[in-house]
Design a protein around this ligand. Structure first.
Ligand SMILES: Cc1ncc(COP(=O)(O)O)c(C=O)c1O
Ligand SMILES: [Zn+2]
Length: 413
């Protein structure tokens, strides 16, 4: 018999409710993003000897503890950065060091929660297509959790970011051409999903993704034991920041914190559609905000079209207050060095954008000297020489993408 639900799934736009019986990434009535609320009376936060996914179980969209997939994510340090804080004239700067996760990024957390969420819904194969960190985390978690399977569609430029050993349950499709964009990889994936009846993992629209990312924030609050005035993150879609916002609301309702942090969300200047839309006061993405070929050094943040997700982030920002900040390549490189020198943490460019932005917000006193700031250091670099070696190559043809190892007359993928 199904236990009494401890959570409620609903649409953020029209409030339609859904039973926890299937894998959905959108509201079937209006296309809105789904979210989840919990029966807070039943929440019991366990101590840190437990894996985070078990520690925060009642704040996750998984009914039965036996469905929780734990493959080593979380329990990362939250460092009081005294030296970097001194340089920036700050007394309460905290760095959540997500580089210490198994694949070196915060994405190991959502990989666990997504697989747990899918297991309970009897879905065992999904696809992903992005810039490599999530796919690598999904691949590792999938390999360690039979019988899950995972299919990845990725442009050649990003192949070096897929760092895992080839495995029979992880299928990699590489779209040839250094210029191939993530949007092309996604389009190719969509066709393959339709033809093969395998759902896309959904990115921002996957509840498990956001709820998994939330755990990095909750863990930081429990480690530091004081409320944060600011939350800072380098953003692609902003799902990590949205997740922190949700976590803060839940901890506030539980009486564990007394405030919701202001958000400082950071993008690289060469790919900053959300910063631009925010500065123009837009509540949605307009055509001139969309970048066809986003470029820059902050690889994980190179998403050019935020049409689908920005409205949710805009609404969050109007509730929390805060800033969108863009930073240059030079500022990111220098921030990465400062972080390494002062605190010994090797963060990737995407994560280092936060430190560059923090310098700016301190210089203009938008962040005060004694404010309590949480910087989410979302990841580190992995060794590109260890990229996956076994994959299917796809070549571009007039009729679409075709397997490089099949005759021309064969149907496109
Ligand atoms: C290292 C790193 N930082 C930041 C982000 C941005 O994440 P979000 O989609 O939550 O904005 C990503 C996403 O892939 C990432 O891998
Ligand atoms: Zn709806």
């Amino acid at each position: 018999m199904m236990r009494e639900p401890i959570f409620r799934e609903y649409c953020l736009l029209c409030a339609k409710q859904y039973p926890p019986d299937a894998f959905r990434t959108r509201c079937d009535a209006c296309g809105g993003a789904l979210d989840v609320d919990y029966d807070l009376a039943r929440v019991r936060i366990r101590d840190n000897r437990e894996a985070p996914i078990a520690r925060y179980h009642e704040l996750l969209p998984v009914q039965d503890a036996s469905n929780l997939v734990h493959v080593g994510a979380g329990n990362t340090p939250c460092v009081h950065a005294r030296e970097l804080g001194r340089k920036l004239g700050m007394s309460a700067l905290y760095l959540k060091d997500e580089t210490k996760n198994p694949t070196g990024t915060v994405k190991d957390r959502p990989a666990e929660v997504v697989l747990s969420y899918l297991k309970e819904r009897d879905v065992w194969h999904i696809t992903s297509s992005a810039t490599g960190n999530s796919s690598t985390a999904f691949a590792r978690a999938t390999i360690l959790s039979p019988p899950f399977e995972h299919s990845i569609f990725i442009g050649e430029r990003w192949l070096s970011r897929l760092t895992f050993e080839a495995h029979e349950r992880v299928h990699v499709w590489v779209l040839e051409g250094r210029e191939t964009t993530t949007l092309e990889a996604i389009a190719c994936s969509r066709k393959w999903e339709r033809d093969n009846g395998v759902p896309a993992e959904g990115g921002f629209f996957n509840i498990g993704r956001r709820e998994g990312l939330k755990l990095a924030f909750l863990e930081a609050v429990d480690q530091v034991r004081r409320p944060f005035d600011w939350y800072m993150q380098g953003v692609s879609t902003g799902m990590g920041a949205y997740a922190a916002f949700k976590g803060a609301l839940q901890y506030q309702a539980l009486g564990l914190v007394d405030r919701i942090p202001k958000m400082a969300l950071v993008q690289e200047a060469t790919c900053a559609p959300q910063v631009q839309a925010w500065r123009e006061g837009c509540d949605g993405i307009r055509p001139h905000h969309i970048l066809e070929r986003p470029d820059g050094i902050a690889d994980a943040l190179l998403k050019g079209n935020h049409t689908e997700t920005y409205p949710y982030i805009y609404r969050m920002m109007t509730r929390t207050g805060g800033q969108f900040v863009s930073v240059s390549e030079e500022e990111i490189r220098s921030a990465q060095r400062d972080l390494k020198e002062a605190e010994g943490i090797s963060a990737c460019f995407s994560a280092s954008t936060t430190i560059a932005a923090l310098k700016k917000l301190r210089a203009t006193e938008q962040i005060g000297a004694s404010e309590c700031v949480l910087v989410m250091l979302t990841g580190s670099d992995r060794d590109p020489r260890r990229h996956v070696r076994n994959y299917t190559r796809l070549v571009r043809t007039a009729a679409g993408w075709r397997r490089a190892d099949t005759p021309v007359e064969q149907e496109a993928v």
